[in-house]
Design a binder for this molecule. Sequence first.
Ligand SMILES: NC(=O)c1ccc[n+]([C@@H]2O[C@H](COP(=O)([O-])OP(=O)(O)OC[C@H]3O[C@@H](n4cnc5c(N)ncnc54)[C@H](O)[C@@H]3O)[C@@H](O)[C@H]2O)c1
Length: 178
Amino acid sequence: MNPYTITGPVDCSVKPDLSVLKGKSVIITGGAGGLGEGYVRAFSKNGSFVTFGDIDEHKGKKLAEETGAQFVKVDVAQWEQQVEMFKAAKANSPHKSVDVVIANAGIGGQDSIWELQDPGSDPVKPEFPILDVDLFGVVYTFKLACHYFRSQPEDPQRDRCFIFKGSMMGYIDNIVRP
Ligand SMILES: NC(=O)c1ccc[n+]([C@@H]2O[C@H](COP(=O)([O-])OP(=O)(O)OC[C@H]3O[C@@H](n4cnc5c(N)ncnc54)[C@H](O)[C@@H]3O)[C@@H](O)[C@H]2O)c1
């Protein structure tokens, strides 16, 4: 694999060559709604084989029917369910590949990190559903992408592209997002 070289910032005034997306196998988490749905539609329209995972089965199936993309019911916080999504992407894609992965699924809210318990009672194991999705869900997606990228043949037609989705809220001091 050629070493990565930095080619400078992307010039957004130059129209990208979307023909390179044809035949690529693209995985998108949280693709049934919101921004993820936009990615599913855009990649599908440009000839990619799209696999998207989401907890919303109703919206996922409807979007799959409409776009021809492959829907897999996935809670990204569940490693085993993400494994099934990656396996389906590789098995059913035209070149048996995983070329582009977008870790898009994310939820807002607060985990109960600061909730205090009665110091006189035994401590209760806390639940962290937001961290499970926004941190561990993304790390699972990344680990699986690396696994499949490494088994990809050295071929100029095969990509190895991972996109982390973030938000300014992750950088800004903000009272509602500790
Ligand atoms: N909307 C914005 O303005 C904005 C700005 C910056 C970053 N983001 C980031 O972009 C991503 C998508 O945001 P959005 O606004 O489109 O959100 P959204 O709530 O509109 O859509 C999120 C999608 O993820 C799915 N989802 C939720 N939990 C899931 C789970 N555990 N497993 C699988 N799928 C799950 C939902 O069903 C939904 O389809 C998030 O990571 C968010 O932090 C959004």
